[in-house]
Design a protein around this ligand. Sequence first.
Ligand SMILES: NC(=O)c1ccc[n+]([C@@H]2O[C@H](COP(=O)([O-])OP(=O)(O)OC[C@H]3O[C@@H](n4cnc5c(N)ncnc54)[C@H](O)[C@@H]3O)[C@@H](O)[C@H]2O)c1
Length: 465
Amino acid sequence: MDSDECITAVMIGAGNRGKDVYGQYALDHPHELKFIAVAEPHSVRRNQFARAHFIPSSGQYETWEDLLQSKIAEAAFICTQDRKHTAPALKALNLGYNVLLEKPMATKIDECILLTKKAEEVKKQLRIAHVLRYTPFFQKIYEIIQSGQIGDVITIDHRENVSYWHMAHSFVRGHWAKEKSSSPMILAKSCHDLDILYWLVGSSPRIISSFGSLTHFKPDNAPSGATKRCLDGCNSIDSCKYYAPRIYIDIIPLLRIAQIGGSRKVHFIANLALKHPRIFSKLKGLPLFRQVDAYQGWPVSTITEDLSIEGKWNALRNSPYGSCVYFADSDVVDHQVTIIEFENSVTATFTMHGHSHLEGRTIRIDGTKGTLIGEFLASGERIIFYNHLKETEDIIFNKKMQSRSGHGGGDLGLVESFIKSLHEETKEPLTSASASLESHIMAFAAEEARLTDNTIKMDEFKNRF
Ligand SMILES: NC(=O)c1ccc[n+]([C@@H]2O[C@H](COP(=O)([O-])OP(=O)(O)OC[C@H]3O[C@@H](n4cnc5c(N)ncnc54)[C@H](O)[C@@H]3O)[C@@H](O)[C@H]2O)c1
């Protein structure tokens, strides 16, 4: 395929990721990627996507089974929820599509293996959306390790600090709150981090253990007088940081914008609002300030299709996003620690928790020649390198504001890389399905270790499958 030819694609699942990440990429880069068909059961989303991408009615389907009857494009983007990945991905590969599949690739280990084998058998790409690999931040760390500056890597501490409001939104009230309908936290949220560890260490894991539980979001921790829904007369609305209007209508979206970027103007106003809430409340009627007050981006965009103020209040009255976090019946962990020793003797600890003030990852790598400390936060990114011999300290990566593209530039990098590798078929993609399989197996092993209080020897674990 010529490098200037536009890649045609079909979209399966035009929800948050399908529409706002991959759909948006095609709209921003019309000469690189064009969606020619969409499968989406939700009629409002299907129509919105079709309208935005000029897809005629003959290209609009309610479900992937109807769309995937024959190969009509080069690539299939599969962005359905966690438990609905395997069947459409297998069908798309069988039809000869190159597939970009959202993570986790599947929620069962045998399905992950099946998908990987199928991609190898049909010789098509199965790219899993492990977006962190494509961020300038983690690519820089990889480059530093490869350059030998750290020497031999000895040990890594990696943390995924999920902000308390993101935890409440996605993992207490939202899609990933219950394992039965999604997947365990270590797979749903942290397969990205296990993939990064596997990539940076450059070796397979030898042994894994893991501990953690759901501690906080339980009825016993509800303030007295709390009601099952925030708007049902709860008497703790002033003292509860999880009070739903605070997250979706009040100040937290501003915090989110301030951290993630938005336009410089919005970023400035959001910072001002956070530092001086009283001034902001006096000025928020002015046109410039109103665009912040009426914020409609993620996570607000996921609670309803009607993003008017009344629409948001309705969603908080009726959807899971208005539930009290203590009565939401979530069952996924809110903190988990995983300990790994790799075949090449590198050790790593990985902590995930949902009680952070800021959203983001932090990493520390100690080697025989140097120490690297990295902060990959929504509020900015920094890598500091300490040379042991010279006793120097250098800031080698410094971004005051995280990239405007999602996941610190990872979303953009992933799609660019996928498209590029479709043009240059001989070029090895940055990551393969089998590499993703390895990090998914780590997640399944860690979860088994957590649930059984055992240490898992990876060769025995893999032999079972
Ligand atoms: N790579 C990342 O960093 C990242 C970030 C967030 C979410 N995700 C993953 O992306 C996936 C999608 O997440 P989301 O937040 O966009 O979810 P979403 O619920 O917003 O979107 C999923 C869409 O799939 C549609 N769908 C359901 N059944 C379908 C069918 N039979 N055929 C076609 N479409 C169907 C739903 O109606 C929905 O619109 C999940 O697996 C999630 O874990 C990945």
